[in-house]
Design a protein around this ligand. Structure first.
Ligand code: CAA
Length: 381
């Protein structure tokens, strides 16, 4: 067993760390305050190769592998969870198009996703009445000659209003068994009948968008189909496995930022005549936080390693996402506690870390969904 990163992985991690320190950290609070999508930084990150990290070079990707991707998302999240979730979902969308798109679809969308010409990609599975129970979606796609006509709506779609291409899941066979009649489509922004609805007011991740999407007699060519008709649900599940590595990596980054900020604070702040860091109660919080986060990162990297080596990783990705997001949420809560009353104010970033981390226990399958996936894998059914 080798825990050592390759020189290339170290180089990518350090490059992203440096970019985050110089370009993301200084603007994160203001983007959060103003709910401003970071167009400029996202474009620069695409130019650094961060938007198609598992996409072959011939389609514009950087093809650096899943471990490098995980390390990059963690470093970005240390600066801003919104930048990181946009990057994570865009990579996931690029991967689903790369894996299941027709050659023409790949040539059309992948270079634009990878280069930042599209500010993002989005993944439209969730509907107002179907979140965790994703096989229960109702958006329909009816075939007419060489086209499909889509009707319905999607909810809570990350980057919905800014993405250049959206992967949309719709029911193509109402009579099929649950989960068997769903098909995935890659739909370009601006397609007539594809309407971007309201943006949600969120607790955290305020510099990323979460939109309603509406399909009103939206006509798309059958060339937009990803994979085969009726295979969409399986495709969604496979891609979400990879997405969960991204969200787990993100949580690790936010968690480290929270505890590192709190550590700096308790070394300087004094109470009862000595720095807070001299109190055992504080030292134990630091020890528990670091132990949890390092364990979480090991789980995340194990899932990344398995995916990179084309080994099964469904259970491991869900374990990593579950453990990393819940651990980082506990760490962010502790960080607020370590700052005392100041931790509760907007003067310090730990309240933002806490607001941001809550989202990670919900995105790409709630903690409860991860427990379903893990227990089914263990029980074998
Ligand atoms: N890989 C490949 N195939 C898979 C799979 C996987 N990981 N998981 C399931 N499948 C297959 C199953 O084998 C089964 O196929 P067969 O019938 O041929 O055997 C089929 O898919 C149906 O699987 P299930 O019976 O397990 O389906 P289910 O209805 O019981 O659902 C679930 C299981 C795990 C709860 C699933 O619905 C799920 O993951 N829900 C959460 C959805 C989710 O994560 N949504 C997030 C939205 S995207 C997002 O948040 C992005 C963003 O914007 C940030």
């Amino acid at each position: 067993m080798d825990f050592k990163l390759t020189p290339e992985q170290e180089m990518i991690r350090d490059m992203v760390r440096d970019f985050t320190e110089k370009n993301i950290k200084p603007v994160a609070a203001i983007h959060d305050e103003e709910k401003h999508f970071p167009f400029q930084n996202i474009k620069r990150m695409a130019e650094l190769g961060l938007m198609g990290m598992n996409i072959p070079i011939e389609y514009g990707g950087s093809e650096v592998g899943v471990i490098a991707y995980s390390l990059a998302i963690t470093e970005i999240a240390k600066g801003c969870a919104s930048h990181a979730v946009t990057t994570s979902v865009t990579n996931m969308v690029a991967e689903v198009i790369c894996e299941f798109g027709k050659e023409e679809t790949k040539r059309k969308h992948l270079p634009k996703l990878c280069s930042g010409e599209y500010p993002a990609g989005s993944f439209a599975l969730t509907e107002p009445h179907a979140g965790s129970d994703a096989a229960n979606i109702r958006t329909s796609a009816v075939r007419k000659n060489n086209n499909y006509i889509l009707n319905g709506s999607k909810a809570l779609i990350t980057s919905g209003e800014v993405s250049g291409v959206t992967v949309v899941w719709a029911v193509t066979d109402r009579n099929a068994k649950k989960g068997k009649g769903i098909t995935a489509f890659a739909i370009e922004k601006g397609t007539p009948g594809f309407i971007v609805g309201k943006a949600e007011e969120k607790m955290g991740h305020r510099a990323s968008t979460l939109n309603e999407l509406i399909f009103d007699n939206c006509v798309v060519s059958s060339d937009c189909v990803l994979g085969k008709e009726g295979e969409g649900f399986k495709i969604a599940m496979m891609e979400l496995d990879g997405g969960r590595i991204g969200i787990g990596s993100l949580a690790v980054g936010v968690g480290f930022s929270a505890i590192d900020f709190a550590i700096q604070y308790v070394k300087e702040r004094e109470a009862f005549g000595k720095p807070l860091s001299n109190f055992e109660a504080i030292q134990w919080m630091i020890a528990d936080s670091y132990t949890g986060l390092e364990a979480a990162q090991l789980l995340v990297l194990r899932a990344a390693y398995l995916k990179e080596n084309k080994l099964p990783f469904t259970k491991e990705a869900s374990m990593a996402k579950l453990f990393a997001t819940e651990t980082a949420r506990n760490v962010a809560l502790r960080a607020v506690q370590m700052l005392g009353g100041y931790g509760y104010t907007r003067d310090y970033p730990v309240e933002r870390f806490l607001r941001d981390i809550v989202g990670t226990t919900l995105y790409e399958g709630t903690s409860e969904v991860q427990r379903i996936v893990i227990s089914r894998e263990i029980l074998g059914g």
